[in-house]
Design a protein around this ligand. Sequence first.
Ligand code: HXC
Length: 262
Amino acid sequence: AEKSYEYIKVSTPRTGVGLIELHRPKALNALFTPLIHELNAALKTLDKDPSIGCLVLTGSAKAFAAGADIKEMATKTFAEAYGTDFIESWSELPATIKKPVLSAVNGHALGGGCELAMMCDIMFCSEKANLGQPEIKLGVIPGAGGSQRLTRAIGKSRAMELILTGRTFSGREAYEWGLAARVFATPEECLEGALATAETIAGYSRIAVKACKEVVNKSQDLGIREGVEYERRVFHGLFGSEDQKIGMNAFAKKEKAQWKHR
Ligand code: HXC
């Protein structure tokens, strides 16, 4: 039985694919504490669910998420922010769960919304998606990894310009700069594309998929030499998995692999 949530919707639209839709339409999916608690709970539950191999995170056609909830933050003091590690509890989750998470970004993805999309493992956008880090206009800076992830993805000069001016950018630009893996004409096609890709990923060996995410993410933290060595160790480790035998034997016999770890 699927849990019921108030600010998100969770479903399984394709075999092996868990879909989380942010659903706080009155505030354009602004990220406030109750929504984040639900999102965390859903991500953790789907990460443990053996029937799920890949996740998709999306919003509505109008807004992926218009940012952290400005009204909730407005009166916060330094002591509250620092004392409760504001943002820390939710700023890493899509990156720390083990299954891949795709973001399907339509409409506004601003501030914390853009950061949430960038925490995901793969970003898909529609052409007219409106992304950006407008925190400068509120007298603050990105607080959930935006200055780091955007800079790594699109380069320092471009990221610096966007973060210092608060200028937003389109899904088409996100794609051209390499922030998004694919761009689609419409929000419907974007979500459809993300679900299809997630279904493909969910069809592979769970062990190999987990290892892929782990080694690609290591590239963000390690130098090239350590990163390549890390990759080789994990690669060697996979020769101890049944799925390596299953996958390679199936190729030799011209059969479809029937993964043990699915
Ligand atoms: C709280 C928000 C909100 C937000 C929109 N709303 N964004 N509430 N926090 N981030 C609310 C509006 O107040 C309004 O509520 C309703 O959603 C609809 O929004 P409108 O502004 O009427 O819609 P529209 O005219 O279409 O404009 C859309 C918009 C604009 C361009 C996205 O809403 C906007 O600029 N939002 C703020 C974007 C932003 O600055 N994000 C960064 C936040 S800072 P009512 O009750 O009036 O109907 C941040 C820091 C991250 O994210 C740090 C770490 C996470």
